[in-house]
Design a protein around this ligand. Structure first.
Ligand code: HEC
Length: 182
């Protein structure tokens, strides 16, 4: 994640509050040796990412409903039907909403798709037609010669979308919660 090499990660780790926790867990030697540090970081990350309570609690009402621990209200049922219905919203085609192979939905197919919606004119950088064409760049350069990749954007998860983001409407920035009156 934008670190030049393992040594850069370790240098940052040594200065971070996590250094103390790592030493408590793996002993003082862990920060003295690059291999031990890397292994410590990877192990900690692996355990964290495999801890449902910390990493993917999925504790929204929707998660509870998928686990059959709650009921959806009438409006919520109508919304979900619209979301799933192929002849209506068809949102679940790219943002799958159902349990798959036992795993609760992440609301993304992890695909790259050209949805072809107009650019958001409220974002000043969009005035430049070459600004961010998705997979073909320009922020990334490895696929810049592949014009068929232009316009392909990764399908984001919709988990917590109302909590994490903002949206523009008529040129005004709103929190999504305000916009949708949750
Ligand atoms: C053909 C695939 C596809 C379908 C169908 C689709 N989406 Fe998406 N959705 C995407 C992609 C790709 C993006 C990212 C676009 C971008 O980055 O500009 C996206 C972005 C979003 C976002 C923004 C998320 C964020 O993190 O800001 C929301 C909200 C969303 N979609 C909701 C919906 C809803 C609701 C529907 C049904 C009405 C729907 N989508 C149907 C592919 C799809």
């Amino acid at each position: 994640m934008a670190n030049a090499d393992p040594a850069a990660v370790i240098a940052r780790l040594r200065r971070s509050p996590s250094a103390k926790r790592l030493i408590e867990t793996f002993g003082a030697k862990v920060l003295a040796d690059e291999n031990l540090s890397c292994n410590g970081i990877l192990w900690a990350l692996e355990v964290f990412q495999q801890s449902p309570a910390d990493f993917y609690p999925y504790n929204s009402k929707y998660g509870a409903w998928l686990r059959r621990r709650t009921e959806l209200g009438a409006a919520e049922q109508r919304g979900l039907a619209l979301f799933n219905e192929t002849a209506k919203g068809n949102c679940a085609q790219c943002h799958p909403s159902a349990i798959k192979r036992g795993a609760l939905s992440q609301f993304t197919d992890h695909g790259f798709i050209a949805i072809g919606v107009p650019r958001n004119a409220s974002i000043p950088a969009n005035a430049d037609p070459a600004f961010h064409l998705g997979l073909c760049g320009p922020p990334r350069t490895d696929l810049s010669a592949r014009t068929e990749c232009c316009g392909l954007l990764k399908t984001p998860s919709l988990r917590n979308v109302a909590l994490r983001g903002a949206c523009f409407h008529n040129g005004v920035l709103h929190r999504l919660e305000d916009e949708l009156k949750f």
